[in-house]
Design a protein around this ligand. Sequence first.
Ligand SMILES: [Zn+2]
Length: 448
Amino acid sequence: MNRLDHWSGVESRSRAELRTLQEEKLRLQLTALYRRSPFYQRKFEAAGAVPEDIRMLEDLAGFPFTEKQELRDSQRACPPLGEHAGALLVDIERVHATSGTTGTPCYVGVTARDSALWREAVARAYYSQGVRRESVVVIGFGIGFFVGGIPVKQALAAIGATTVPVGTGATDRLIDTLIDLQADVLTCTPSYARHIAEHLLARRGIEPSDLGLRRVLVGAEPGGGIPAVRAALQETWKATVTESVGNGDVIPIHSGECEAQDGNHFLVPDMVLAEVVEPSSGAVLDVDRGLTRGELVLTHLDRQCGALVRFRTRDHVEVRSDPCPCGRTGPRMVCLGRTDDMLLVQGVNVWPSAVKDIVGGFAPRVTGELRIALDREGHHLDPPLHVVVEVNDRAAIEPGEIERELRGRIVASCSVSFVAAGTFPRTQTKEKLLWRRDLDPDPNSAGA
Ligand SMILES: [Zn+2]
């Protein structure tokens, strides 16, 4: 590995050097925001926080958090972009929408400068994952509204790679493109990468590995960080699978893996400040003290439209800051899941992604697809945790085998039942592992 083969020099800058830059940018960003955004004026005043008083990064802890619901309310009160936007529509180059898990989309506007920074951020991540000028990349992400569409296309163009923006909803066309153009890179969600592989085998009779893809770059949902999911994808495609992580309200990609495949480096220290907080108290955790687990909180350092301060991403991450052979200094994080998805069984936190990882370990007897069945609203579950697992061969496996493994590793009582391979709908966008069985008893549409 070439030690300093990075897209931007900022990726290998020392933390001390970055601190000076970040403190300066933070002061400027908060001061500008206070002037431009009635939303933040009110919030800062209510908290007694004065932007000019920012001397060091730690002073940010005196500023209030921003919750997603506040952004929705702000847009409802002041359409279309909200009181927090701090920019006029005439200055906006493009408007995206973030996928609203609650149904209401949130509009995200970018100025020309914001858009250029997004392109730069995404280019760092794709370059770190091995995309070069010679690469032929097929994009299987939604190209339209989704924040990960157009910015990915622009970043790949900046790198100079050849891109084929197929998008979602056209699996056969995507497969034809992979074959006709002899593409070496596919980028999409991990669940779509799996769906394409299944489609190739079942409908076209082609082994995915025969396509000769070298890399599958996944993102937009946690799968790529789940060891069993990654291992299965690498085995199926015989390709290197790496992931990147972003946040639609903040930046399409803030972290991406290098070739060491050992967690996502935070790649945008000059654009966004990352904090990890203890979710219930909001206390800031020190990521330099070994392995830290908590909720990722992001603050823009350089954003004209819709800059956010201490935005609660609801992403639970595990962060390490030990050195990496690639020379990038950004701490590495793995996303464990979303707070909204976390279940509580007998006082134990259970991540659906952890369940998926454990069940995936039984492949090829299981397909790796599963749903956690819920019988009512809410995240507190009465035991046992009911997991419905797709199996390839019912004769080859007993539910008890998976139950014992789940019980041993997630320390909650579990019951497992089986359904046939192909029962659960495959998704081309974001996968849902939770199934409200009381609302929709048909497993063939669970999580669709
Ligand atoms: Zn690295």
